[in-house]
Design a protein around this ligand. Structure first.
Ligand code: C2E
Ligand code: CA
Ligand code: CA
Length: 761
């Protein structure tokens, strides 16, 4: 028996040494105190081993001391371990110190035994046929026992306290160690009372050390982990379902249970239910995810499903879990956001950008099909807005949107390009030109009181290059519009390459204007204006561009271009300055002639015309009446009241205002009576278009007479023959301008003409 125990103790010592070694090496915080405990436990076991194995009094005596002192050391280490493991508050550190002092005193007391023989002695008995030095206890040993048991008991209390005070799920941490301790405590108590010669409780102590080593460092309380995971899983917003290898649901978190109406943890029907709701839950896949839409209309719900299989250590599928996330809120917000980003909020049609996107997609997806790009524009929408207010303007736009929705075939795409412009992409075979032309002409909007004819035009580009950027396609359709902009007869016009050339032309000229002005390639020509006596009284400044590449350019080649893009303001400002420069020189030379300058209606959009003209005349110190202002009645097309104010102000400042091109445009005689003008320029060229000469004469006569009556000086331009001159004179016309007298001339030639004319008169 002694031999067997000796071997066992040796093995236990080796085991404790291994534990101490790994505890020392570990990086875990508790490692150090576990090391101390395992190392300390080696001593009592080794001491006992010496007693059991030797049979020698001397060795047994040393063994007994090692045993007793080792127990003290163990108790101190156990105390330290308990404090660390249970996280005992630092406040109790002094308690530990006191305990250690008591243990130390006990050790001292034991070490006094050789002198006082008060603790124990050894007495040989026969065990297994050779002497065994059994410990005979005295008072000192009893003190030692009391100390050790007290420490042990206090440790037990700390653990018990912890066990009961911790939340249920973490109490397992303490319970396993508590159980081990109770077991060892009982074992050693049993030994005391059993009176067996060999202290078998040492086996218990050693096992205790090994168990502490395992529980403190390596054991993961699975029950705790399970609960923690379940707790975490239930905190998650997703519904989670766990399945075993056969696909049967074995657990669901709180959300998951609620979602599938699981009661009393019976998960058997969950799999079937999930399949009923979602059709597919990715059962056969290792990793699977899918977006699902459930229901329709307002109550539609959106879910994201993700499934993943879980493998065991042998890489075999042990089960899987499915997470279901309700993304309805995000999805709906996203849809609203997308809708807003892709739809115009007034008309609910697509925005320009989205229309481009849809157009590209539609053309790309139908390679064999011919498509048309249409561009609809409201002529004079600005006037509608100005006259009837922007609410009515919005109403008109909405009506146009519904008109497009109703007229265009279902598979066409359309949108609002911004302002009063709409775009459509439509398959050519579905484009019924006659029908659309008619519906465009018939377009009326009624606000309940009045019916308004809205002038709609459509430019069309036949998609000949399907790879073109949609913005260019719509630009081309837009370009086609410009040809018929103000026509009532034609409502649809098609893009051709000439239009593109004209755009290129416009761009080229626009980019060159600034340099051309600086280099004086743009110059004023002056056309003489004469009175009834044939005497020159002034001239009209007309712009010419002597282009180094394209040669002599008349204003119709570039004025409309600049009127469109606003550069006209730059050009006119320059022309007015030229006129003032010339007038300033004439003033010095004593020439009493005026110069008429042209003002484009567009100038009013891009500058303060009154201010500009005043600034220039005062800079050159010109008498205002020497600079005559030519305006056309088209300036009255928009912002009538402000324009009237502008004209009135010009006259107040001393300028002479001339109404240009009377007889072309609308020529409202009614308008004339309210217009603050001094001179009426009647356009002969226009009147000549009518075949019946008698009628023309009558009209001319009446206009001249009427303007005279209104106190407005009549001037006829476009006079080409002596007969016309005579006739107009007889009718009472006061001033004349036309090729009969002279074409517009370069400044030098004009001055020569004027010199000769004045010489002859
Ligand atoms: P407009 O102001 O009506 O100018 C008169 C036009 O009639 C000039 O054409 C002139 O050359 C032409 N003309 C003069 N006498 C006769 C004639 O007996 N028979 C015929 N058939 N035509 C005659 P032009 O110079 O080509 O100018 C055309 C238009 O360009 C001008 O019409 C004017 O509206 C515009 N324009 C010219 N210069 C300027 C300018 O500096 N600024 C602005 N904004 N527009 C200008
Ligand atoms: Ca003019
Ligand atoms: Ca004119």
């Amino acid at each position: 028996m002694r031999f067997g125990f000796s071997i066992l103790y040796v093995l236990l010592i080796i085991a404790l040494m291994i534990c101490a070694f790994f505890a020392f090496k570990t990086k875990k915080a508790i490692g150090k105190s576990v090391f101390h405990l395992c190392a300390a436990l080696i001593f009592p076991v080794a001491g006992n081993l010496m007693i059991i194995a030797s049979g020698n009094e001397m060795v047994s005596t040393i063994g007994a001391y090692i045993y007793y002192l080792g127990m003290d050391l163990t108790m101190s280490a156990l105390m330290k371990f308990t404090h660390d493991y249970c996280g005992v508050d630092k406040r109790y550190n002094s308690l530990r110190l006191n305990t250690n002092i008591i243990i130390a005193m006990d050790a001292v007391q034991l070490l006094m035994n050789p002198f006082f023989h008060h603790a124990f002695s050894l007495t040989p008995i026969d065990v297994d046929g050779f002497p065994y030095y059994k410990l005979v206890p005295y008072t000192g040993q009893s003190i030692h026992r009391v100390v050790d048991y007290t420490v042990f008991l206090s440790v037990l209390i700390i653990f018990l306290f912890k066990f009961f005070r911790s939340p249920r799920i973490s109490s397992e941490r303490y319970s396993v160690i508590l159980l081990t301790m109770c077991f060892v405590g009982l074992w050693s108590t049993f030994y005391i009372f059993a009176g067996t010669p060999i202290d078998t409780s040492m086996v218990g102590y050693a096992i205790f050390g090994i168990m502490i080593f395992y529980f403190a460092l390596y054991y993961r309380p699975m029950r705790l982990l399970d609960r923690m995971l379940a707790g975490v899983a239930s905190q998650m917003p997703e519904a989670l379902y766990f399945f075993d290898g056969t696909g049967r649901c074995i657990w669901a978190n709180r959300q998951g249970a609620k979602f599938m109406n699981v009661r009393n943890e019976s998960y058997d029907s969950v799999t079937d239910q999930l399949i009923r709701v979602f059709d597919d839950i990715g059962e056969d896949e290792d990793r699977w995810s899918s977006r699902k839409t459930i229901g329709v209309g307002e109550t539609t719900k959106y879910y994201v499903l993700e499934r993943q299989s879980l493998n065991d250590v042998h890489n075999k599928v042990a089960g899987s879990f499915l997470s279901i996330r309700d993304v309805t809120k995000e999805e709906k917000a996203l849809r609203v956001e997308k809708y807003n980003a892709t739809h115009d909020n007034l008309t609910d049609l697509y925005t320009k950008e989205y229309l481009y996107e849809c157009t590209a997609r539609m053309i790309g997806e139908h390679p064999g099909e011919n498509f048309l790009i249409a561009f609809i524009n409201v002529t004079d929408f600005k006037i509608i807005n100005d006259i009837y207010g922007s609410d009515f303007g919005d109403f008109v736009l909405k009506k146009i949107a519904s008109y497009i929705m109703e007229t265009m075939p279902e598979d066409s795409v359309y949108g609002r390009m911004g302002g009063d412009k709409f775009g459509i992409c439509i398959a050519e075979r579905e484009f019924d030109e006659a029908k659309i032309e008619k519906s465009l002409s018939d377009f009326v909007v009624s606000d309940g009181v009045n019916r308004h004819n809205i002038l709609l035009h459509m430019g069309v580009y036949e998609v000949s290059e399907p790879d073109l950027d949609p913005s260019i396609m719509y630009d081309r359709a837009h370009m086609a519009l410009s040809v018929i902009k103000n026509e009532y007869q034609r409502r649809i016009s098609y893009y051709d390459d000439k239009m593109r050339d004209s755009v290129i032309w416009s761009q080229r000229l626009s980019s060159q204007l600034e340099d051309a002005i600086a280099l004086k390639h743009v110059v004023p020509y002056i056309q003489p204006i004469l009175n009834t006596e044939g005497k020159i009284v002034g001239g009209e400044a007309l712009v010419r561009w002597i282009h180094p590449e394209y040669g002599f350019l008349a204003p119709d080649m570039f004025v409309p271009v600049f009127e469109k893009n606003g550069m006209i303001a730059e050009l006119d400002r320059y022309m007015w300055r030229c006129a003032c420069e010339i007038l300033a020189r004439w003033k010095k030379e004593g020439k009493d002639l005026f110069i008429s300058i042209n003002i484009s209606p567009k100038d009013f959009y891009f500058m303060n015309v009154n201010e500009e003209i005043l600034k220039i005349t005062s800079a050159y110190d010109i008498e205002p009446r020497k600079l005559r202002i030519e305006i056309t009645e088209t300036i009255m097309m928009t912002d009538v009241s402000n324009r009237l104010k502008n004209l009135m102000k010009l006259r107040d400042d001393g300028f002479i205002v001339e109404m240009d091109d009377f007889g072309s445009g609308y020529s409202s005689l009614n308008l004339l009576k309210d217009m603050p003008v001094d001179v009426l320029k009647i356009d002969m060229a226009f009147l000549k278009q009518s075949k019946e000469n008698i009628k023309t004469q009558k009209i001319l006569h009446n206009i001249i007479k009427m303007s005279d009556d209104l106190g407005i000086v009549p001037l006829t331009e476009g006079v080409e023959t002596i007969e016309q001159y005579r006739m107009l004179s007889e009718m009472g016309c006061k001033l004349f301008q036309g090729y009969y007298f002279s074409k517009p001339l370069p400044l030098e030639e004009f001055e020569k003409y004027a010199y000769d004319n004045l010489l002859n008169n």
